[in-house]
Design a protein around this ligand. Structure first.
Ligand code: OGA
Ligand code: MN
Length: 336
């Protein structure tokens, strides 16, 4: 750093850091005609910053998906639509993070579907509850609420969180090498306790097992892999497990370890690495009043710990078990 032989680290990108330890706004990307050189620089920027914000990309559904596929294999909505339902926006690769109802209006915050999304308001990583976790998520704005009505997306730096952990606790965690069980039922319940009060995460399909402390392979830095989906730490008493999960989540998500990103215009896109960051949706005055249409592609992790301690099941239809159990419990509750 600062030596006379210094070269700009990025030749085709302009980087504007958003926080002292992670997150950047990246300018100068030509998504309409992306060179290999620029694509590689985007991956480098992702490895370094964990979260990159791209303004006014010009991407639409199809080109968003096409760009995402260049990074890796995509997860799809197929397994949720085994009953023949069609994807809302025509593409199985798009996960709906928005608040649009079936008629195109604003989803009632009390509608059952809204309750399924409330866990998103808690700091989490995408897909830790799946046998194969996600590496990158790419979230793109299609329509956003008028300014001043909330709806930011917040991020937390799980690599710096490791670096700043008390050294005695670091040693203990490395020695114990804990495995955490993740369940979508856990975050749903935390996100909407009354709606999901009859949902029992221990009876909602198999949980996914991932190590708590991991090395983020693209950067070689350790991180704390924890999320609102984290149900328990394997092999220790539940009260101790609850206390450890809470302590680590509190540590990772301390205000000064987070950054809040505002959506400014349609086709803004944020890419984050779920192996280096946590994120959450922010509510606000827009809820029940303005449309917030955000669509996400999700890249399957291809690092050596992608599957954690889970059996490798390439057939993603088998993963649905978890969700089916979650749904029937909640539906019983709605009807009852
Ligand atoms: C997601 C998510 C946050 C948001 O799409 O995975 O958590 O702000 N979205 O909508
Ligand atoms: Mn998410």
């Amino acid at each position: 750093m600062g030596s006379y032989s210094e070269e700009p680290e990025f030749k085709t990108l302009t980087i504007k850091p958003l926080h002292p330890t992670f997150g950047a706004e990246v300018e100068g990307v030509n998504f309409q005609n992306l060179s290999d050189e620029q694509f590689q620089e985007i991956l480098l920027a992702m490895a370094k910053y964990g979260v990159c914000v791209f303004r006014n990309t010009g991407l639409d559904d199809a080109s968003h998906i096409e760009f995402s596929k260049r990074i890796g294999d995509l997860d799809t909505m197929r397994r949720y639509m085994a009953d023949g339902r069609k994807p809302r926006y025509g593409f199985y690769e798009l996960f709906d993070a928005g608040n649009i109802d079936d008629q195109g209006g604003v989803l009632d915050p009390d509608a059952p579907r809204a309750h399924y999304g409330k866990g998103n308001a808690l700091f989490h990583v995408d897909s830790s509850f799946n046998p194969r976790r996600a590496s990158f998520s790419l979230l793109r704005a299609v329509e956003i609420p008028p300014p001043g009505n909330g709806g930011n997306t917040d991020f937390a730096d799980s690599r710096t969180a490791w670096d700043t952990l008390d050294p005695a606790l670091q040693r203990e965690l490395l020695e114990k090498d804990h495995v955490v069980h993740h369940s979508i039922a856990q975050s749903r319940k935390l996100g909407s306790p009354e709606f999901f009060k009859d949902l029992d995460p221990t009876n909602a399909g198999r949980m996914s097992r991932h190590r708590l402390i991991q090395v983020h392979e693209p950067s070689g830095r350790r991180n704390i892999y924890i999320a609102a989906h984290s149900h328990h730490v394997e092999g220790i008493p539940k009260p101790e497990s609850d206390a450890l999960i809470k302590k680590l989540l509190d540590h990772v998500t301390q205000k000064h370890n987070t950054v809040s990103v505002e959506w400014r215009q349609p086709s803004d896109m944020i890419i984050w690495d779920n192996r280096a960051t946590l994120h959450k949706a922010n509510g606000g005055a827009f809820e029940g009043r303005y449309r917030r249409d955000l669509r996400r592609t999700t890249v399957h992790d291809d690092s050596s710990t992608a599957w954690g301690l889970n059996p490798v099941e390439e057939d993603t239809d088998k993963w649905v078990v978890n969700h089916a159990a979650t749904k029937s419990a909640a539906m019983t509750r709605v009807q009852g």
